[in-house]
Design a protein around this ligand. Structure first.
Ligand code: PEP
Length: 251
């Protein structure tokens, strides 16, 4: 049976007090289900507050939205995987579309970041996905291949099994326009084929979909067996609504 992962990317929202209040409501509203995990990606300033708020719930995990690849040093404004781990993070997003397209992160940056995360106990979540012009030009699979090869191409099968991959088409993030389950399924299948080509079991890594997931479209998305879960921005910001979605989706 698939163990579903519901990952909440809070982006630049919810400071420490708000994170504590959010997770209090979430804990009171969401009752643990054995068939799913829930991960939260707060902004770095709220990591410790969030990690403390979920410390008694092994089904709830806190992760960091971005890291620098160096473990420490003169990198003003950046945080590293070991520092995030000290604050209570157990996972790290790498290559989110906003990092790539707003902050200019390259495939080589994502390679270094995944390697840095894998050098710690944190679990990396690599985000991949095409822009609208790339999709319209028929380049979706080529872009996803390039991003996978760039970030993960040097990892062996054992390491690949620790990586979660989130397919997040850029045109679907924060736009209210989601990929159809069928279209997402095609890309997910391709990601598994890519993993298999590198000796990893196609089901070893969890493959998530992200891009305007909400309470209305979650059922049809998770009905697609290729999806192991979802990475959600906007619809994860209200704790009661997010708890309700996680509690009831694919029930
Ligand atoms: C995201 O931030 O990864 C995301 C998918 O955002 P949204 O759900 O708001 O589209």
């Amino acid at each position: 049976m698939r163990r579903l992962l519901f990952a909440a990317n809070w982006k630049m929202h919810l400071g420490p007090d708000e994170a504590r209040a959010y997770l209090k409501t979430f804990r009171a509203t969401y009752h643990r289900r054995e068939d799913r995990d829930v991960w939260f990606f707060p902004p770095a300033v709220s990591l410790e507050a969030a990690a403390q708020a979920v410390r008694e719930r092994t089904d709830l995990v806190v992760g960091v939205q971005d890291i620098h690849w160096e473990p420490k040093g003169a990198f003003t404004g950046a945080i590293s995987a070991p520092l995030a781990a000290q604050a209570g993070a157990k996972a790290a997003l790498v290559g989110h579309s906003e990092r790539r397209h707003v902050f200019g992160e390259t495939d080589e940056d994502t390679r270094r970041k995944v390697a840095a995360v894998l050098a710690t106990p944190l679990q990396p979540v690599l985000c991949v996905g095409e822009t609208l012009p790339e999709r319209e030009a028929g380049h979706t699979l080529a872009v996803v291949h390039r991003q996978l090869a760039g970030a993960l191409g040097r990892l062996d099968a054992a390491k690949l099994a620790h990586v979660t991959i989130a397919y997040e088409p850029v045109w679907a993030i924060g736009t209210g326009r989601n990929a159809t389950p069928r279209d997402a399924g095609v890309v997910h299948r391709e990601i598994r084929t890519w993993l298999a080509g590198r000796g990893a079991a196609p089901t070893a890594a969890r493959v998530l979909y992200g891009g305007s997931v909400n309470a209305k479209n979650i059922a049809e998305l998770l009905a697609e067996p290729q999806l192991d879960g979802v990475l959600v921005g906007g619809a994860s910001l209200d704790p009661a609504a997010w708890a309700q979605l996680v509690q009831t989706a694919a029930a």
